[in-house]
Design a protein around this ligand. Structure first.
Ligand code: FES
Length: 507
């Protein structure tokens, strides 16, 4: 499993740890699209910045996206118009269009070789039942832009019922773009330190003390750019959003490649675009098979579903890359950008990009860097991170609470019927051993890996993800490798490992 964006060497893009504690004016925790772009704007303004990341530049969420840069975020504008009015919908659109222009401007100004190209983006349906939604979205968007049109034909290799195209959007190679920014950040004297997990943040008289695995950092201002905030309280972001997983494959279709980017309105919500691979060959990317993170899934429900779609439309196709991705979904469909909490001054966040993080990360970086530099940003008011309106979405709040109760209490108590010997090679699951639940994975060679299947964030029982061979948390979406190593936040710690052999001997 490897993303098409993560095939290149990343060496040479970091600074060594210097002194303990390290001191900086602004620390940015996370070197993905939002973190590095914020560092870029602050660097250009002459600020003293340190970027920290537990992995590498863009290696987590950014390196696993489909990397579309667009203002078309699903069929969103009819919803925005109804809920907030036409001025709000118009400004949301304009703010994202500015981000596309900003990214293009940066690519040109810094001569970043990242395959940036303008392409139209189309939402389409194959179902007559869904046509009405597209008609309404066209009507809504026409109230504030002429960039949109209704279409009945596309270059896709199948017929559609109806589509809505937003003209002049863009796509790129996100990691090459971030490396271009990182190079400039380092050349201008700021710092990027990778492979360094941050565990804790404490308020002090003049700023914050951040504890990392390499030492401490003292900073006046902090930007939380790690996809999902690792701070639980205050903020309570785990009540305001959940995570969604989806799967992506990149393939050589062995036939002509269409232009444009596409997303299906109805399930299975397939997403299409082209890209240039490391051999310089143009290939296609297909995404889909989404589900709430933490649901127990198999290969059949995920990658196989995508492969079947490829085989149906491109029978000769050769699959070259496959990977999974995850996104933070907010309960009111708007990202959280700005001051993290009223109780933590000078701590900022950008999260909840609802699957459109390439574009809204740039927007978040502009808003947050302006706030830090005490400059007015006209879009700041749209996305206030401290707003409480999302919890008015009673249905989703109820879902979040119900899931937490189920995973914290009910499932943890209910005994598992699965036994270690039931697991074939390559399979995993929660088994019952000596009256306790144990997460067991038997690898392709029969070797057993066993963990305590309890999330290190807030203690929910984990589920096995058979497609990616990971332990996933159904409460807030943390993920762990089969051997318990923490992969994705909000959890920061690894799972406890268990010796199954010893347990069996004691039985
Ligand atoms: Fe919160 Fe697992 S991610 S309990």
């Amino acid at each position: 499993m490897k993303s098409i964006w993560l095939t290149e060497n990343q060496e040479g893009f970091q600074t060594n740890w210097m002194g303990n504690p390290m001191r900086t004016d602004i620390v940015i925790i996370g070197a993905g699209m939002f973190g590095i772009t914020t560092a870029h704007y602050l660097t250009e303004a002459g600020a003293d910045v340190l970027v920290l990341d537990k992995s590498g530049i863009g290696r987590m969420t950014t390196g696993h996206t489909t990397a579309k840069i667009t203002s078309q975020h699903g069929l969103l504008y009819q919803y925005l118009l109804e809920k907030y009015g036409v001025d709000f919908a118009k400004e949301y659109f304009e703010a994202n269009e500015e981000s596309i222009q900003e990214i293009e401007g940066i690519v040109q100004a810094y001569q970043i070789d990242c395959d940036f190209e303008r392409q139209d983006h189309t939402m389409f349906t194959k179902s007559a039942n869904e046509k009405r939604k597209i008609v309404e979205e066209v009507r809504a968007m026409k109230q504030f832009t002429s960039q949109v049109e209704k279409v009945t034909k596309t270059e896709l290799p199948f017929e559609i019922e109806l589509g809505i195209t937003v003209k002049d959007q863009a796509q790129f190679h996100p990691i090459r773009y971030l490396r271009g920014l990182a190079k400039n950040i380092l050349e201008k004297g700021n710092k990027i330190i990778l492979d360094t997990t941050c565990y804790d943040l404490k308020k002090e008289k003049d700023g914050y003390r951040i504890q990392t695995q390499k030492g401490e950092v003292l900073a006046k201002k902090v930007v939380l750019a790690s996809h999902y905030p690792f701070i639980k309280y205050p903020g309570l972001y785990f009540f305001k959003m959940y995570q969604s997983s989806s799967y992506v494959i990149a393939f050589d279709p062995k036939k002509d490649i269409f232009s444009g980017m596409y997303l299906q309105v109805e399930e299975p919500k397939f997403s299409f675009r082209s890209a240039i691979d490391s051999d310089g060959k143009r290939i296609l990317i297909l995404g889909g098979a989404g589900h709430k993170t933490g649901k127990s899934v198999t290969d059949q429900m995920t990658y196989e579903q995508l492969k079947q779609e490829v085989q149906q439309e491109f029978p000769e196709a050769e699959i070259r890359y496959w990977w999974s991705t995850r996104d933070c979904i907010t309960l009111d469909k708007l990202p959280y950008i700005g001051q993290f909490s009223n109780l933590l001054p000078n701590v900022y966040i950008g999260t909840g990009f609802n699957k459109w993080g390439m574009t809204t990360s740039n927007l978040a970086a502009r808003i947050v860097s302006d706030e830090i530099l005490e400059k007015k940003n006209r879009h700041q008011h749209l996305f206030l991170a401290t707003r409480m309106q999302p919890i008015e979405n009673r249905e989703e709040v109820k879902n979040i609470l119900a899931q937490s109760v189920k995973s914290l209490v009910v499932q943890r108590v209910k005994p598992s019927q699965l036994r270690v010997e039931d697991l074939a090679n390559g399979e995993g699951g929660i088994v019952q051993l000596q009256g306790k639940k144990v997460g067991v994975y038997r690898d392709e060679n029969g070797k057993i890996y066993a963990v305590k299947p309890v999330c290190t964030h807030l203690g929910c029982l984990l589920n096995w993800n058979g497609a990616d061979k990971t332990w996933d948390c159904p409460c807030h979406g943390s993920r762990y490798r089969f051997d318990g190593k923490n992969l994705y936040d909000p959890a920061m710690k690894d799972l406890e490992t268990i010796s199954v052999k010893e347990e069996k001997e004691q039985e």
